[in-house]
Ligand binder design. Structure first.
Ligand code: NAP
Length: 355
């Protein structure tokens, strides 16, 4: 039966993902009402918009007026047991009298984690937890960071040579990696609420930092320019209907209407302010200086490192001095995934920080 639950859980993950931006800062969730005896999906329900019905309620509504006492509910996140904008899903599941509930992963909110499961079990419902757990956690990694830390999820993207250079000694940076990697980054951009870059990169490359895939969403831009040295003629400030947050400590300027200045002390302060402005996830595309500061301040969650089969020898490293003199002082990562992107390799890794 586990294989079948995994198959159904995959459907939940694919469906839930369709509403990434609409449900934020809520999690992406889909539920299926399943008839095990006849191997039949009765109905599906997805959380489609923040403040509206949760997935479990929609799946139950879509099933219509049926007997649930021999049905299984499959859902990628533990059903809620507390009163939020909508009534607790657990109460509805118990009221409908489901036979079994199959859950991908526990609710990460420490205040309610495993309470929904306990309530279901106490009412006599069979509960299975942990189907495709890693995939379920990965789907809602932004929500998990948001709910546990009240901060945006931060992914660094960097394109390097085999010897970890991002710019040649002559200052050239176009292009370190191949076309397929650059297309991948375009897709990545569409998945984040914000894209962050620094004055060094803006002045050197004048990037637009938009998503150029037709029909896909462009993230809001966040530009770090503490002293206000970038003129508003640069591409990133073009008004395309998305806000541009200018992280600066120079407020003595006139800002275009699409530019929102934010004063900040450090990355923790900046990210907290961005979170309060609805930036729940950030893709960082900068050079060495900002990346070094982010790592030192322990503010990056994950890194996507594209590695091309080229060697520059000298040039700009992707990261600078981190004051590591002993091996046990190093910053640590956990490799998550490696994939070939045409001639390049993409390594996905998670930063590990001591709590
Ligand atoms: N291969 C790649 O994936 C890739 C991606 C992006 C860029 N690049 C290359 O990287 C190069 C630029 O790198 P870079 O290191 O010069 O610039 P950068 O990291 O993009 O930006 C550096 C700027 O960040 C600000 N800054 C410095 N320390 C900070 C701190 N602790 N907190 C917040 N802000 C801080 C400073 O600007 P202010 O003092 O003005 O605030 C500094 O000039 C370019 O040549 C570009 O082509 C490569």
């Amino acid at each position: 039966m586990i294989k079948k639950y995994e198959e159904l859980m995959r459907i939940c993950l694919d469906e839930a993902l369709k509403y990434r931006f609409e449900v934020a800062p809520n999690p992406m969730v889909c539920a299926i009402v399943y008839d095990e005896a006849n191997d039949k999906i009765i109905s599906k329900g997805t959380h489609e918009k923040f403040g509206e019905n949760h997935a479990e309620r929609n799946a139950i509504l879509n099933a219509g007026d049926i007997d649930f006492s021999d049905k299984t509910l499959i859902v990628n996140l533990e059903p809620c047991s507390h009163q939020g904008k909508t009534p607790p899903c657990v109460d509805l599941i118990i009221e409908k009298g489901f036979k079994k509930v199959v859950i991908g992963t526990y609710d990460p909110n420490p205040l309610v984690c495993s309470q929904g499961t306990m309530k279901l079990k106490n009412s006599g419902i069979e509960v299975v937890v942990g189907i495709l757990e890693n995939e379920c956690i990965e789907l809602n990694k932004v929500f998990i960071k948001n709910v546990t830390k009240k901060m945006p999820y931060v992914t660094v993207k960097i394109a390097t040579t085999f010897d970890s250079k991002i710019v040649t000694a002559g200052g050239e940076s176009k292009w370190v990696t191949g076309e397929a990697s650059r297309d991948y980054v375009q897709k990545l951009r569409s998945q984040y609420f914000g894209i962050l870059s620094g004055s060094g990169t803006i002045l050197a490359d004048n990037p637009a930092l938009t998503c150029r895939i037709k029909g896909e969403r462009t993230p809001e831009r966040i530009i770090i320019d503490r002293h206000g040295k970038i003129s508003f003629d640069y591409e990133v400030f073009k008004d395309d209907g998305t806000r541009v947050f200018l992280a600066t400590n120079n407020l003595e300027r006139d800002f275009p209407t699409n530019v929102v200045p934010i004063e900040f002390a450090n990355f923790r302060d900046l990210f907290a302010k961005l979170y309060n402005n609805g930036i729940y996830s950030i893709l960082v595309e900068t050079g060495k200086t900002i990346l070094t500061a982010l790592i030192k301040q322990e503010m990056a969650d994950e890194i996507y490192k594209f590695v091309s089969p080229k060697i520059f020898g000298n040039g700009m490293d992707f990261v600078g001095n981190l004051n590591v003199f002993k091996i046990n002082e190093c910053y640590k990562l956990e490799f998550r995934k490696m994939e070939k992107v045409e001639d390049d390799i993409l390594i996905k890794a998670k930063f590990l920080y001591d709590e």
